[in-house]
Design a protein around this ligand. Structure first.
Ligand SMILES: [Zn+2]
Length: 307
């Protein structure tokens, strides 16, 4: 079936060239159209939806398409907030067992942890959360054996530390299709799935998009992503940030940074003591406030804690 979808996609590409009135005789257009229609008539409604979804979004799908580079966009800061849309309301769990989150997106051991860790046993099957197209299947430093799948809205999901990769670049996958087996390759202590959500080269906290509870909900069909959901040091890898989805530009602008927790320094406070009180690290406090750990705190100053 995948081959037929590909053929039809090619025809659609061909058709859009025709629509721009290039190089093809009108008689040929009719014959090509009738061939496309006969292909389409073989497809189930579900397959047709899949195809239409792809052709509607194909600029996001085609942009910087590269099977060799983990991040083909390079350094690509986006204007924020920006909108992500989802045709589905639920995703398929990447694993068959209950999801146990062992580490979250956020500041961890003085470094950003740009994904979420889901516990599994080496050899457990790993499935695609959504319909998509496999962009990258390689060993990537730190990530180990990695599969990256791009979805029709441009979002990419990274599946890392796999023991086996069971898809090829440019394969179309449906949600729930097996893409590999979990493992411990790369920089991983103990077997788990490290899952990242990346939009045009920019990491987003996966929990802002997906609810990793047992209902596998996508948090909203429209999600506005602002800076705070992309900045690791505003989150702790040890606990879930309070999640309040912005579903419109107005909401996204309203919450821009005003949900940040702050602490007003009192006499006798130390960075270490404040970090402990709020369950964050001194390194995260320093990053969030753009200060050094040796900074002398003055009573009355306001420190940003995080979300
Ligand atoms: Zn991880």
């Amino acid at each position: 079936m995948k081959r037929i979808v590909l053929v039809v996609l090619l025809f659609i590409g061909f058709n859009s060239a025709i629509a721009q009135d290039r190089f093809i005789d009108p008689v040929d257009i009719e014959s090509i159209e009738s061939k496309v229609n006969s292909f389409i008539s073989f497809m189930t409604e579900e397959e047709l939806d899949f195809l239409i979804d792809y052709s509607n979004h194909n600029s996001a799908m085609a942009e910087f398409w590269d099977n060799d580079s983990f991040n083909p966009y390079g350094y690509n800061p986006l204007k924020k907030p920006f909108k992500l849309t989802f045709a589905d309301t639920v995703y398929t769990s990447p694993i068959l067992i209950n999801k146990v989150i062992t580490s979250r997106y956020g500041w961890r051991n003085r470094r950003p942890h740009k994904g979420i860790d889901i516990d599994l046993v080496t050899g457990d099957t790993v499935r695609s959360l959504l319909d998509g197209k496999v962009r990258y299947v390689k060993y990537h430093s730190g990530h180990g054996k990695t599969v990256v799948v791009r979805h029709s809205n441009g979002l990419e999901l990274v599946y890392a530390h796999l023991s086996e990769q069971l898809v090829k670049p440019n394969d179309l996958v449906r949600k729930g299709d097996i893409i590999g087996k979990g493992g411990v390759t790369g920089n991983a202590r103990g077997s788990h799935l490290h899952l990242e959500t990346i939009y045009k080269g920019n990491h987003i906290n996966p929990e802002y998009i997906f609810d990793f509870g047992k209902n596998n909900n996508i948090r909203s069909s429209t999600i506005w992503v602002s800076d705070k959901w992309m900045t690791p040091y505003l989150h702790s890898s040890k606990r879930q940030s309070t999640i309040d989805i912005a579903t419109s530009l107005e909401e996204a602008n309203a919450v821009k940074a005003n949900t940040l927790r702050t602490h007003i320094i009192r006499k006798g406070d130390s960075l270490y003591g404040i970090a402990r009180k709020y369950g964050v690290t001194v390194a995260a406090l320093c990053k969030a406030n753009k200060i050094k750990s040796t900074k002398i705190l003055k009573p009355g100053q306001r420190l940003i804690i995080g979300l």
